[in-house]
Design a protein around this ligand. Structure first.
Ligand code: ATP
Ligand code: MG
Length: 899
């Protein structure tokens, strides 16, 4: 079976068991502060498990793109080194939401593996949870008994909490699980050593393929387990591992999922993929590097396609690091000194056509982003290598230039050991993974001070942990009501109740988060900021809401303090700040008009890549490969303002079936998780139609006026436009016209300001030139005058005079001119330049040589007379000072130096 046949067979099988097949959620997680990336198929159903949202279907199956590179599930360091952990992988899953439980889950997984896929039963092992005394959890006898119907007892193994109790993160839904493992060794090996002893023992040929989790608990912050409202089944089977089993390969990379990429890399690097090397040898390094590339390009491409650009923080930084890991391998082991990874993107996109189409439709964009990142990183890599070479040359043992390096810690490395702090700097600033630094030091016979490196690393980790530590308390339930109604599309004031709240502390500041059963407060999402406002209680207490955010299905209101205990359970009035909300809406509706206008003027390749809408302005990032010209910007602005003047009424449709909406041609965003029913916002059917959950003006006229204030680049192939509307635009225009008015007044109200400023500039230029000319004339007059005042002292032509010139340059000119015409010159000039004393000493080179005179030393002495200081070269030096009256004294003193 090919990989796509295997995927299809899975989905068909569960469809035949009454499961609804749903699409994969995006790989980048929004609205969940505990998770950056989807790390399991169950993530998108978390709120159903927690009872925070109803399940539309009781049985669901899908293939979910997952990423395990951060947080509780982080396999990054294994990837490429072993043959069955990936960064991005597909997780095939089937779910029961309060419907079937262990019996069916076990029966069907067995049926699928052995009947449909025809896997050799003898090679399969299953594990069940042995129980845990500390947690007060019993052995999962129920699962054991069901397995016994299909599997001989010596193939049913007990597993501990680590392997058989599945948890998504530090908190959240969890439960005992039952894994299925496959023994891929030869018959001979299996005879010798029983597979049972190798399960969960990191043997690369005895691997876990499927995990059936029986969701029963919610892990709370204090570590305790709370039973979930209902029991659920959550399963996850690693697609690439399943393919490997069915295609009878001993490595995931030997299957058709990866071979196309591997072969392409082999061809372009002119190396062969040979997976039988031993750690450390060339074949091994080459094979690991090829696996890393074939794997990492998937993680990088899918996250970019799902809207996460590489950046310097959070999710963006995780992606950047994965990308750099790949670049480092291709650079170090495959001989690619120029960008290469990006050329894998189109191949990958082609492979996933029809499975995850978001990559195919953005492949040019994604490739471009990867190319740009590679280029930038190769540049830092080169800088780092230079830095490394500098360091090792300067600090080589016995080198007397070591003193040049100012840092005492660095000098200690005279033992030909690379300082740990320096190794850390290489990794932190230049992206050098420590193993690369180690390799480079080994190549020149050095070692790395690993203790120092680890210490620096730990210090940095502590710093960032302290900076971001947020302590989130458990929810305190006030009212057992899981329904949450958002009323904010229709009204800004709603009577409601607190259903739960919790305390949150970050950076020493305490805050509370409140959930209401009904709320008009819009929670930050889709770029639109959260509402602020008030909660008014019957006893007159008023609590300010400072922000509103989403957490899964919850709408969370941020407040600085809680109402009194008495008021907590009362009905309250939730009131959104209406002015702020209006400004936000104007900017949001204008964003839709802008998006449509951009597509019209620049082309249909324009896709939203980021958006911020607040009460002050709007910021819109979109894919486009060139700078938007002034002329294009003007056209875009004109189109939007035309639509504003048309005063197009808002058409808001709340429950449109997703497919119906898409066929009608709405603009949907990549990386957004849309439900089956969506909200469509239309301003003129023929102009702007978007899927959107945000709030909008009733008619475009409310936007008032739309003004673009900037256009810039944010990343490769991504441009940014910032604009203002309504009162913000009015204020801006007023300021601009006030400025013009002021200019006019300054210029005495000319007819044409531009012309008049031009004339002014021309005049100014002309005057400058005339001034320069007259200064020149003056100094050459002076030159002749001074040349006549030469005194011969011991064969030296001595001149010490006070001159009047407009600037220091003119004095310098004069000194150089005199040197050219007076042989054996010893010249001291004193000048008063706009109230400040200036001294210049000029000495002919032959005197410097023969008589040991030094202008620099002399000027330092003379400068004392004008309360100043200076310096220069032996033949020419200058000084400035504070006291003009000292000039004469300084000139008198000059003679002392040649007497
Ligand atoms: P392992 O112990 O092999 O790391 P796991 O216990 O972390 O696996 P689960 O969290 O139970 O795995 O995930 C369910 C299934 O997803 C696993 O049975 C496996 O087939 C697959 N899987 C898990 N992690 C990866 C990964 N990094 N790459 C590919 N497949 C994976
Ligand atoms: Mg794991």
């Amino acid at each position: 079976m090919t990989a796509s046949e295997i995927r299809k067979a899975f989905l068909d099988f569960f469809a035949s068991k009454g499961h609804q097949i749903v699409p994969s959620a995006p790989i980048v997680v929004k609205n969940d502060p505990t998770l950056m990336f989807t790390n399991a198929g169950m993530n998108q159903f978390k709120d159903i498990f927690l009872g925070e949202a109803p399940a539309k279907y009781k049985r669901v199956a899908d293939t979910q793109r997952c990423l395990r590179v951060s947080g509780k599930h982080n396999d990054l360091e294994e990837v490429g080194i072993d043959t069955y952990h990936h960064t991005m992988f597909e997780m095939l899953g089937n779910w029961s939401f309060g419907d079937y439980f262990k019996k069916e889950a076990i029966e069907w997984s067995w049926e699928l593996l052995t009947d449909v896929y025809k896997i050799d039963k003898d090679r399969l092992y299953v594990t069940i949870f042995e129980g845990d005394e500390k947690e007060g959890l019993p052995k999962d006898q129920e699962a054991y008994d069901y397995w016994k119907q299909y599997v001989p007892e010596d193939h049913i193994l007990l597993g501990n909490k680590k392997d058989n109790f599945w948890e998504m993160g530090e908190t959240g839904p969890c439960g005992p699980c039952s894994e299925i493992h496959y023994d891929n060794r030869t018959d001979e090996e299996r005879q010798k050593v029983s597979g049972a002893t190798l399960v969960n023992a990191d043997d690369p040929q005895v691997i876990e393929i499927w995990n059936n989790v029986f969701m029963q608990f919610n892990r709370l912050k204090d570590g305790s387990l709370q039973p979930l409202p209902a029991k659920h089944v959550d399963t996850g089977m690693g697609f690439e591992r399943l393919v490997r089993v069915l295609q009878r390969k001993s490595s995931n990379y030997d299957t058709d999922v990866f071979q196309q990429l591997i072969q392409f890399i082999a061809e372009k690097s002119k190396k062969t993929y040979n997976s039988s090397g031993i750690p450390g040898d060339t074949d091994w390094n080459t094979a690991v590097a090829m696996r890393v590339l074939a794997d990492h390009v998937r993680a990088v491409s899918f996250t970019i396609a799902d809207g996460q650009l590489p950046s310097n923080n959070k999710a963006g930084y995780v992606i950047r690091r994965i990308l750099r890991r790949a670049v480092r391998y291709q650079y170090q082991y495959l001989g690619f000194k120029e960008p290469f990874l990006n050329t894998l993107v189109p191949i990958l996109a082609g492979q996933f056509k029809g499975v995850f189409d978001e990559l195919w439709s953005q492949k040019d964009f994604v490739q471009r982003v990867v190319l740009e990142e590679e280029t930038a990183f190769l540049r830092t890599l080169e800088q780092g290598i230079k830095k490394f070479e500098e360091y090792t040359t300067v600090n080589r043992q016995g080198s007397n230039s070591a003193a040049v390096y100012r840092d005492a810690d660095v000098i200690q490395s005279l033992r030909n050991e690379l300082d740990g702090k320096f190794a850390f700097e290489l990794s932190d600033t230049y992206g050098f993974p420590i193993d690369l630094t180690e390799l480079m030091t080994r190549e020149i016979g050095w070692t790395v001070d690993m203790e120092g490196f680890n210490q620096a690393l730990a210090e940095q980790k502590n710093r960032s942990r302290a900076a971001t530590a947020i302590d989130t308390g458990d929810w305190v339930i006030v009212k057992d009501d899981d329904s949450i109604a958002f009323t904010g599309y229709d009204e800004l004031e709603t009577i409601s109740h607190i259903t739960k709240y919790r305390k949150v502390s970050a950076k020493g500041k305490e805050q509370y988060q409140i959930v209401l059963d009904k709320t008009p407060f819009y929670a930050e999402s889709g770029g639109q900021v959260g509402d602020t406002g008030q909660l008014v209680f019957p006893d007159g207490e008023i609590i300010q809401v400072t922000d509103t955010k989403k957490e899964n299905a919850l709408i969370v209101h941020f407040v600085d303090n809680m109402p009194s205990d008495k008021a907590i359970g009362d009905a309250l009035t939730a009131i959104v700040d209406p002015e702020r909300r209006n400004s936000i809406q104007e900017n949001h509706s204008a964003t839709h008009l802008l998006h449509a206008a951009l597509k019209q003027v620049l082309g249909s390749h324009v896709n939203q890549k980021g958006s911020l809408v607040n009460n002050e302005y709007l910021r819109f990032d979109f894919s486009h490969f060139a700078k938007v010209t002034d002329e294009e910007l003007a056209r875009i602005e004109a189109i939007v303002n035309e639509k504003v003047r048309e005063n197009i009424p808002l058409k808001e449709e709340r429950n449109v079936a997703y497919q119906v909406a898409i066929t009608s041609g709405v603009t949907a965003l990549f990386g957004e998780k849309y439900g089956e029913y969506v909200r469509v916002i239309t301003f003129d059917d023929a102009f702007s139609k978007e899927l959107c959950g945000g709030t909008h003006v009733k008619a475009t006229g409310q936007i008032g006026y739309f003004k673009i204030i900037s256009e810039s680049a944010v990343a490769a192939g991504v441009r940014r436009v910032e604009a203002i509307t309504g009162i913000g635009a009015e204020n801006y225009i007023n300021e601009q016209s006030k400025l013009i008015h002021q200019l006019k007044e300054l210029l005495k109200n000319p007819k044409d300001i531009g012309k008049s400023i031009e004339t002014l500039l021309e005049e100014n230029n002309k005057l400058k030139k005339e001034l320069e000319k007259s200064v020149l004339e003056k100094s050459s007059g002076l030159k002749n005058e001074l040349a006549k005042k030469v005194q011969d002292i011991n064969g030296i032509s001595f001149i010490a005079e006070k001159v009047t010139l407009p600037n220091a340059d003119a004095v310098k000119n004069l000194a150089y001119q005199l040197k050219d015409i007076v042989p054996n010159l010893f010249l001291v000039l004193g000048a008063d330049i706009e109230g400040k004393p200036n001294l210049t000493v000029m000495i002919s080179e032959n005197l410097v040589k023969d008589k040991g005179l030094n202008a620099g030393n002399i000027i330092r002495e003379l400068a004392k007379e004008i309360q100043g200081g200076g310096g220069g070269q032996p033949f020419y030096a200058t000084a400035g000072g504070k006291d003009v009256s000292g000039l004469d004294k300084a000139l008198e003193k000059a003679k002392d130096f040649i007497k």
